[in-house]
Design a protein around this ligand. Structure first.
Ligand code: AMP
Length: 452
């Protein structure tokens, strides 16, 4: 597809596009158009800057008829207030010649002003999840007419801990609706959300090239566990001349913190970290220090590192093996920029071998295997997630979905859930917090609390 004309839009939309000077759909716009138009659920994988806002808005606007009804028919959820402003701005550009009522709402501002604006009647509502939920609870905002739900930047949304809020919102939306999700990276959390709440959405992505940039030299180490990975990492990092600007990737913020703490002892002034639990200021400062060369080592999660554009990275180290091979491509693409030779190293445990194979399959090449150097100590100590899990067969008291509690712990759950047995300490923590067992089967509850 080479021209917007092929999309069969209408005159007001063409006029708006003409005013913007846009003639050709971007790849994600071309790919997503027919799927969004068809009314099917869709997950689009696209980063900011690829034209993803128009990718979902063009088909939505094409099919949105004029209406005088007050309740919104399209709901766009985004993770931050900045994004609310940006998305509203983009929609306004497209609706220059259409009579569409658009409103953006977000927290931290006067809710009453927003209630008044809602009462006037809207077609498209762009919102952050928390404020949307508050407005819905106040009954000023009625969601019964929502036909299309867009969740933009799902990965950031989940990384910021909005999973529970999203689920609350799903509950008050009409069941018959189209779900349109956009995410820059596919993460385990995104995958879980999709599997739990949507019936096989169509996946649309601009194909991530499986051919790594030619100026990136890749190597891999088979490492038995976290502590051995740490020993090997220290061994590498101690060569300060060779490893002069190192970006270390991990999948989760919990792991980022754990690794940061473990490295802090050895590399204090040389080390910084970014993930979504850090404040925006902290993150910006870390990135700046790394960019400027004040810090030699940056530990980052996939979601937070995706916007990074930093030159002269000597090494990308994959401390874990990404579950989704696309993330590996994004990670290693951070090195080897601007004609310079980059180096990528990946650590994989036995459990991670399947993911490693998927990466090699996508690239259609095998990564060069390097043996762990003799002077790196092989640790036998295991972290919580690596210890053998106690398998419970047919346990009628096993925690069920309904037992999940609200609050930030809920978000952490999905991360932990896939890694460790939650039947034990997690249950006790909740019991302590709520003074009574959340599950009926905790027969030791009274015993334990008497002891305290
Ligand atoms: P987004 O990925 O939605 O944040 O869009 C990135 C930028 O690309 C925005 O400023 C859009 O206005 C612009 N844009 C969107 N679609 C097109 C297009 N087809 N041609 C040129 N620019 C576009």
């Amino acid at each position: 597809m080479t021209h917007f004309r092929d999309l069969n839009l209408n005159t007001p939309l063409y006029n708006a596009l003409d005013d913007l000077g846009f003639t050709t759909p971007t790849p994600i716009q071309a790919e997503a158009f027919s799927v969004v138009s068809s009314g099917k659920d869709i997950v689009g994988i696209a980063q900011t800057g690829t034209g993803k806002t128009f990718a979902y808005m063009l088909p939505i606007l094409k099919n949105l008829s004029f209406s005088k009804q007050e309740n919104p028919r399209v709901l766009v959820l985004v993770p931050t207030r900045e994004l609310v402003v940006q998305v509203v701005d983009e929609i306004e550009k497209l609706t220059k010649y259409i009579n569409t009522r658009i409103l953006g709402v977000y927290g931290g501002t006067n809710i009453n002003t927003q209630k008044q604006a809602i009462a006037k009647g809207i077609d498209i509502l762009v919102a952050t999840p928390g404020r949307l939920y508050d407005l819905a609870l106040s009954h000023v905002l009625k969601l019964k007419s929502i036909q299309k739900l867009v969740i933009d930047e799902v990965d950031v949304m989940l990384d910021l801990g909005f999973r529970h809020q999203l689920i609350n919102i799903f509950d008050i939306l009409p069941e018959r609706r189209q779900n349109i999700m956009f995410s820059a990276t596919m993460t385990e959390d995104v995958d879980l959300l999709i599997n739990d709440f949507f019936t096989v959405p169509e996946k649309v992505s601009i194909a991530v090239s499986g051919t790594p940039l030619e100026n990136i030299a890749q190597s891999k180490y088979s490492v038995p566990n976290f502590y051995t990975k740490l020993n090997l990492l220290k061994h590498l990092l101690d060569d300060t001349e060779k490893y002069h600007k190192v970006l270390i990737f991990v999948a989760f913020k919990k792991m980022a913190d754990r690794l940061f703490e473990a490295l802090d002892e050895f590399y204090k002034e040389e080390l910084c970290v970014i993930h979504s639990n850090k404040t925006q200021n902290y993150r910006l400062r870390s990135i700046e220090q790394f960019r400027a060369g004040d810090n030699r080592i940056l530990v980052a999660t996939d979601v937070m590192a995706r916007g990074l554009d930093i030159d002269n990275i000597s090494h990308v180290i994959n401390f874990d093996t990404p579950l989704f091979p696309e993330n590996y491509m994004h990670r290693i693409g951070r090195s080897g920029r601007a004609e310079r030779e980059g180096q990528s190293i990946i650590f994989s445990t036995e459990k991670e071998q399947d993911s490693l194979e998927k990466i090699e399959e996508l690239m259609q090449m095998e990564i060069l295997q390097i043996d762990i150097p003799k002077d790196v100590e092989i640790s036998t100590e295991l972290i919580e997630e690596e210890r053998p899990q106690i398998k419970e067969h047919n346990n009628p008291f096993k925690r069920k979905k309904e037992d999940d509690i609200p609050g930030p712990a809920f978000h952490d759950k999905s991360e932990k859930n896939s890694k460790e047995n939650l039947g034990g300490s997690y249950k006790f923590k909740i019991a302590a917090k709520y003074k009574k067992p959340k599950t009926k089967g905790d027969k030791n509850y009274n015993k334990r609390n008497k002891k305290k």
